[in-house]
Design a protein around this ligand. Structure first.
Ligand SMILES: C[S@@+](CC[C@H](N)C(=O)[O-])C[C@H]1O[C@@H](n2cnc3c(N)ncnc32)[C@H](O)[C@@H]1O
Length: 308
């Protein structure tokens, strides 16, 4: 595979260990990418095991077709459609679901995907290139308030107001069509910057999350994963930024400790039953992994088990 086709899998051993793979189990890799986790799961499965992989990126599914293994099924789907996709593959219950969130290296490294300000290329940013609105199209039609809201909320960018105003002024002169144009507009609008970080980093993250509805997808998928899990089945999620991790952490906590509305007179037998049990502490990559793969720097793996 060429340099831009490879993905260095983050927390490979840790995530696969977290699934506690049983030889005859059925597992879901909700984010196939280039299959680093998927291959490690297949290595641990016996002849009766099964792995279903999803990805919304057609390039990832193209790469998955290279895995010639009767135990493996790949589907081009959003994980927001997890339950239907898995049931359509003829499976009702699974023993583990893995999410390795965010973008893959090939998505970032291929200029034509438009995710990176390191190249000047059309401003696309869609993980699923077969449908949906590109970042350029959204920027062309969004109001200044919408631009500001997305850049502030998904980029956690202090200068969201200045950047939104600058984008709106620039697009009056000519449409913002490329990554280079957008990076230039942001750099001119934002003077101070964290050391070692490009001024456009937060804006690009924000647009990517918005274009792909990443947080909404995650919120839709987590309860579906729990619905699919058999008793003692494992849910393992790797997040790469605090917005994702907050959703995962709260979801697992709420499922492990369901809240009772205050003053509701419930008897012990009527109390909501936890659907999940938290497994271990959050796992972060070793210093050696971060040194070898800087993308692992912000990763955190959370694991939970379906209650019996
Ligand atoms: C970090 S990569 C996964 C890498 C993979 N674990 C490996 O070892 O090669 C994340 C992948 O998830 C996919 N993805 C992100 N959000 C998705 C969603 N909502 N539905 C389906 N796939 C999604 C991306 O297209 C990308 O290929």
């Amino acid at each position: 595979m060429d340099e831009t086709g490879t993905h260095r899998t983050v927390l490979l051993e840790e995530a696969v260990a977290a699934l506690a793979v049983r030889q005859d189990g059925t597992y879901v890799d909700a984010t196939f990418g280039r299959g680093g986790h998927a291959r490690a799961i297949l290595d641990r499965l016996g002849p009766g095991g099964r792995l279903i992989a999803l990805d919304r990126d057609p390039d990832a599914i193209g790469a998955a077709s290279g895995i010639g293994d009767g135990r493996f099924t790949a589907r081009h789907a959003r994980f927001g459609d997890l339950e239907r996709t898995v049931r359509d593959a003829g499976v009702e219950r699974v023993d583990g679901v893995l999410f390795d969130l965010g973008v893959s290296s090939p998505q970032i490294d291929r200029p034509e995907r438009g995710f990176s300000f390191r190249f000047d290329a059309p401003l696309d940013m869609r993980m699923d290139t077969t449908r949906g609105e590109t970042a350029a199209d959204w920027i062309a039609r969004a109001s200044v308030a919408e631009l500001k809201g997305v850049i502030r909320d998904y980029g956690e960018e202090r200068f969201a107001g200045q950047i939104a105003t600058a984008i709106a002024a620039a697009r009056q002169r000519q449409p913002v069509r490329t990554t280079g144009e957008l990076a230039g507009i942001v750099a001119a609008a934002v003077r101070t910057r964290e050391v070692g970080q490009d001024p456009a980093t937060r804006t690009f993250q924000a647009l990517r999350i918005h274009v792909n509805q990443e947080l909404a997808e995650l919120s839709l998928a987590l309860p579906q994963a729990v619905d699919l899990l058999a008793p003692h089945g494992r849910l393992a999620v790797i997040s790469f930024h605090s917005l994702e991790d907050r959703i995962v952490k709260r979801f697992m906590r709420d499922e492990a400790h369901p809240q009772v509305p205050e003053r509701l007179p419930l008897r012990a037998a009527e109390l909501p039953k936890p659907r999940l049990r938290l497994v271990g502490k959050p796992v972060r990559p070793s210093a050696a992994e971060v040194a070898a793969n800087p993308r692992a720097r912000s990763a955190v793996l959370r694991v939970a088990e379906r209650a019996a």
